[in-house]
Design a protein around this ligand. Sequence first.
Ligand code: C5P
Length: 311
Amino acid sequence: MSPRRVRVEARAKLNLGLAVGPRRPDGFHELATVFQSVSLADTLTAERRARGFSLEVRHERAADRGALPRGARATVPAGGANLALRAARLAADRAGIRGGAHLRLVKRIPARAGMGGGSADAAAALSAVLALYGVRVPRSGRLALGAELGADVPFALFGGTALGLGRGERLEPLRLARPFRAVVAVPRWTVSTPEAFRRLDRLKYGLTRWPAKLRFAKALGRMALEPRYATRLGNAFEAVLGRRRQDFIDLCARLREAGVEAPRLTGSGSAVFGLLGPRVPARVVLDRFAGGEALFVVRSARRGLSIGTQL
Ligand code: C5P
């Protein structure tokens, strides 16, 4: 029997490292990135409807210190442009599902921060609709559907720790040496991802550093991965922050002073995360941090999605 209601925890991701290669003929760039699911999650519930898909979005404060600017909410569309709604429709269309669903989304993952919030919601909606109608699609099929929605959606479905190659959709699982915690700081400014890629093109960034970066990334699969080691891949987008570059450098310095290690941009930004040592209390770092940025304490997670059903 198919469930009446499905509830999915959709976790955010960090890119522990992210290298960008040359632009491909299809306009996308070759990537080599270490994806890591983290504990911060949106919650999506889906209920069966006779037909049609609808979405309701509620924002819930999840920061451990500070708050996001109110304007951040406006960047999550509630209508047909929302990636979750597009994912639900795509799943129903491809799986031959005639019925519809009402989706309720509780947003906690900051938007446009490089934490994969929209992709996590899309992965959750896709999985929820299939579960709601009891349709089994093999993992490879779900990943392919995810890739149609966005470069980060396959990882949101895959979850855990993984190396992302190609557009980011070719995934290889990585083995994390140990769970870890991180502090994520979300500035008030945001980054446009397509613009950041254009800037990398102008810099011809990929052409010089890419081959060595790709070799480094591919070698990570051979070992139990130390999170600190993965950050040595760097993040190409740190080089194209333009007038925000100084803000970024300053934020990294304040995070280090507060007690976190190896601060890095995640995705194309603007969030910056730093690793918490095993014996460093999160509270101490939160209290010591000097600045108005919203701070989130997260743990590495072994899965991207957790799905629960109610009959
Ligand atoms: O797939 P997603 O919607 O996350 O990508 C946003 C934009 O980033 C794309 O339209 C493209 O311009 C750029 N992009 C890219 N190469 C990638 C991923 C994204 O150029 N591998």
